[in-house]
Design a protein around this ligand. Sequence first.
Ligand SMILES: Cc1cc2nc3c(=O)[nH]c(=O)nc-3n(C[C@H](O)[C@H](O)[C@H](O)COP(=O)(O)OP(=O)(O)OC[C@H]3O[C@@H](n4cnc5c(N)ncnc54)[C@H](O)[C@@H]3O)c2cc1C
Length: 481
Amino acid sequence: MMSARPSTGDHTPTVVVAGGSTAGLVSALAMAGHGMRVVVLERAPEPPDGPPGEAGQRWARPTVPNGLHAHTLTSLGMRTLCERAPELLAALIDAGATVLDLTRAMPSGRSTRVPGDEELLALACRRSTLDLVLHRVVRALPGVAVRHGVRVRGLRLDDTRGHVTGVVTTAGTVPCDVVVDATGRRALGRAWLLAEGHTVDADVTSPSGVRAYSRFYRRLGPAGHLNRGNAAGVLGDHYAGVLHQGDGDTFSVALGVLPQDTTMRSLRHPDAFQAVASSTPWVTDWLGGDRAVPISGIRAITCPPNVLRGLAVSTHQPVAGLFPVGDAACITNPLFGRGLSLALAHAFDLADLVAAHPAVDHDLSLRAARLARDLLTPWYRQSTEDDADRITRWRAAMTGDRQPPLPDRLTLRTVGAAAGTDATVWRGVTKVLMTLRSPQEVFTDADFVGRVRDVVSGVPAPRSAAPTRADLVAAVAGWDG
Ligand SMILES: Cc1cc2nc3c(=O)[nH]c(=O)nc-3n(C[C@H](O)[C@H](O)[C@H](O)COP(=O)(O)OP(=O)(O)OC[C@H]3O[C@@H](n4cnc5c(N)ncnc54)[C@H](O)[C@@H]3O)c2cc1C
């Protein structure tokens, strides 16, 4: 059993953040907001100078492959920025980010707005711009040092081996009371503990089943319509084609298919990509004629599985003072676009908890694990369930097998159909998609369930305007991926 170890003399812990991407930098911002001294250690080089949108594109970060793909911030992320980091939000808007009012996509129009709708916002900004602006804000904070080209290799523990006292890095040892593991999907905290002879509870994982192909564009005229509120496009029966507005006049198009779908590897070819993107409903309106020019190549990534980390949520906490955030705590399918928003909310909640606790002790670790469990588990579960349903359908479309029956429970897919015609259902779905309310809260509410059933029974299922699987195969045929 670990004993309580008081933090520094003034009881304000000193913090090392391992990893200086979104989760790490936001953790530094949040901890510094409570007067803690923070050192961010990041193995990638520092960002270049210059206007954020342009400098972000030149920032060489091979350890952040996600950063080259389409990103958006959900309403949870926006709420966190508005309430906890308004200066960061202002700097992002200054750099060209746009706040999107999602009620523009409400079926019956914005005239039926109700209290609470003002929270239905999203942020349109490229990930590279977001991280670069965040870096500049954090670097300028008193009490925060951001060091680049430094790799954290392990933990330093006290004599009882129950407390963190520092980190071991490629540039020597850095003493601290608290280590935030923001090392992304590799979640190195586990390996550091195993190397010290500790055991760590297992992670839970499930397949995300997506390979994404993304390309960035510059629009030459006004922005088009975003039928999904924060995006244009479809999450269809056999593929996803989604457009996200970026900062300034940029936007991205991402096409998602099953990783096993070898026919679709041709999407790496610009003509195949263009053919599929411009036959995708809503996306086509942004691409047609001379409306946009590509500003990047086509990037492909096989998305990581959904993961809920044992180290983040288990009540078996081997040491005091180690806290995972961001992808090091939980990964959910990028199709739902909520990794950053969860990281933001988690970072601020964790900082509040650490600041309010009298010591960096075992009790704090347990509270932090409960906080992470309550915040992250609903979203891990939602991703897992909706991905299982989607993967089965996409696989059937790929192999030509019969489509499986709809599950009995409400899913984003079944509710999504009703959301197209009913503002109340739309609001419920949008709050789930935007990470404001969990599927358990919304999809098990008896009134909501009744309303969805009424709407679905009264309205014929809309015919999809998306290309069929055969159309897609024909569109990519002949292009060698
Ligand atoms: C295709 C795709 C699209 C996505 N779209 C969205 C979206 O629209 N919206 C959204 O919210 N999320 C999206 N996500 C998820 C989002 O990208 C992740 O949730 C996010 O990157 C997590 O940030 P992070 O800071 O935890 O990790 P990362 O961004 O992976 O950063 C980890 C950092 O740790 C550093 N590091 C690693 N090891 C060490 C070490 N030993 N020492 C020092 N530094 C180290 C790395 O260099 C890196 O900078 C998407 C993901 C993918 C793959």
